[in-house]
Design a protein around this ligand. Structure first.
Ligand code: SF4
Length: 470
């Protein structure tokens, strides 16, 4: 029996070194016992590989899966990952495609759970101010389900690079002094001060965006699970807001002046000046958004625009280069193609509401060019905060999802476009989603015949969407 002692709970490097050495030596998964050193220290050096090292290539997807799943709070994770790696090395190169394989299924579940935990940490971590001799330090407390602090600390460095901060969790803490990221032992909740100006800010902010007329307690608790409430300053306001929702809705109705004539469902509104106060207020708030790191390099937030009472909403992926500069969605080459297709399908764009799943342009600089990068699931989840508010304000009968990122944002799951394209997907009693391709897909097609064929299919989809939207 072979014993591998890893340096700490997320010692991916130690696991990889040992696994890369054991698999070529033919050491069977059941003959390896994996453990973490008692009183493990992040700076500790991993155990040397137990047998002679040999190198072999491992599919990138497996390494990425392992890097995520290794953060799971499951004592068997190292053994499960070694089983996968051993089988891949033994010739099962496409093992990860077998979703029903018990080990693949279990490890994928661990990775999913880690990703969910990561999203929650990024969304629900709140800092409190602590005045120190070297300046104000922002201290945040979070109780993750998994060992996610180490992998997420660089995200917070990018996001709050100019602040001094510490993130405390029960198993480890991370500290940023403006230049260096360091880790220390775990802490407890009492080390974080209870109240400060930031708490008041969060409470006031939450009260301001809380719309009692749209209160759906089940949806709210699924987005913001109760277990996080105790560490969220704004959560203190929730019970009162829920309790008084009915009263406040009645007051809102009373205060709303009667319109001189009934609003027309399809009245076109000028774009973008015609946005009503609700959406305009949300757009203003989104302009200051820091919920994910994408704001840092983009020029500005590109919020949705269009008719507030649109029966049909189009959701794309994210602004492109030209949208980022113009501050408006779908004005670049893909937008122009969309306009042409809408016209051919007999749809007036000014009667639609057009937006993106992610409101900041994600790109990679290459020389003078900015190359589009697909937003990841964490960024899509972070930005859903704004998309949900647009959907609630506009309340479209039909939401057309242009491409996989938009579909993931609205449907909350990975979507294979060719499988779900062109059919109505119920969202609620009065709302339906409809999946089609993103117009940029048409622009990327290499040959003219394929372009023509796909363009015609896209126009057909838009016609069908118009029919469904009534
Ligand atoms: S992409 Fe969305 S969530 Fe991220 S900073 Fe921009 S507006 Fe906020």
């Amino acid at each position: 029996m072979m014993h591998v002692v890893l340096a700490h709970e997320t010692d991916f490097a130690g696991w990889r070194t040992a696994a890369r050495s054991l698999a070529p030596a033919g050491v069977q998964p059941q003959d390896v016992v994996w453990s973490v050193r008692e009183g493990a220290d992040l700076l500790a050096v991993p155990a040397p590989p137990p047998v002679g090292a040999a190198s072999f290539s491992v599919p990138r997807a497996l390494l990425e899966l392992a890097e995520t799943a290794v953060q799971a709070r499951d004592p068997e994770r190292f053994a499960l990952l070694y089983t996968l790696l051993f089988r891949v090395h033994a010739g099962e190169r496409h093992l990860l495609d077998q979703a029903t394989d018990p080990t693949v299924h279990r490890v994928s579940g661990l990775a999913r759970s880690v990703r969910r935990d990561t999203d929650k940490m990024r969304a629900f971590l709140r800092f409190r101010e602590v005045v120190e001799p070297e300046g104000t330090r922002h201290v945040g407390w979070f109780e993750p389900e998994h060992y996610i602090l180490e992998a997420n600390a660089p995200f917070f460095v990018r996001r709050f690079a100019t602040m001094l901060w510490s993130i405390l969790t029960p198993y480890r803490s991370a500290h940023w002094d403006g230049e260096t990221l360091s880790f220390g032992p775990g802490a407890d909740r009492t080390q974080v001060p209870d109240d400060d100006a930031l708490e008041a800010y969060w409470r006031a902010y939450y009260r301001s965006i809380f719309n009692p007329a749209r209160l759906k307690v089940a949806a709210m608790t699924s987005e913001m699970p109760r277990k996080y409430w105790k560490n969220l300053p704004e959560a203190a306001a929730i019970p009162t807001l829920i309790r008084t929702a009915q009263q406040r809705t009645a007051a809102m109705v009373e205060q709303t002046p009667m319109p001189s004539r009934p609003p027309r469902k399809s009245a076109p509104l000028p774009v973008p000046e015609g946005q009503p106060a609700g959406l305009a207020a949300i757009a203003q708030e989104a302009a200051r958004c820091r919920r994910c790191p994408l704001w840092e390099r983009a020029t500005q937030t590109v919020f949705g625009e269009g008719a507030r009472d649109a029966a049909m909403m189009l959701v794309g992926e994210q602004p492109g280069d030209q949208e980022d500069l113009a501050g408006r969605p779908f004005v670049g080459p893909a937008g122009q193609l969309l306009d042409r297709a809408l016209q051919e399908a007999g749809i007036d764009r000014t009667r639609l509401y057009v937006t993106n799943a992610v409101k900041h342009f994600k790109f990679e600089p290459r020389g003078k060019r900015r190359i589009h990068q697909k937003p990841d699931s964490g960024e899509i989840a972070a930005c859903k905060f704004w998309l949900d508010q647009e959907l609630a304000e506009v309340s479209p009968r039909l939401t057309v999802l242009l491409g996989a990122s938009a579909a993931r944002a609205v449907l909350g799951r990975a979507v294979t476009i060719w499988r779900e394209r062109g059919r109505a997907i119920p969202l609620s009693a009065n709302a339906t989603a409809f999946v089609t391709v993103h117009p940029s897909f048409l622009l990327r097609l290499p040959d003219e015949a394929a372009k023509r064929h796909e363009y015609a299919a896209f126009v057909r989809d838009l016609r069908e969407a118009a029919r469904l939207a009534g």
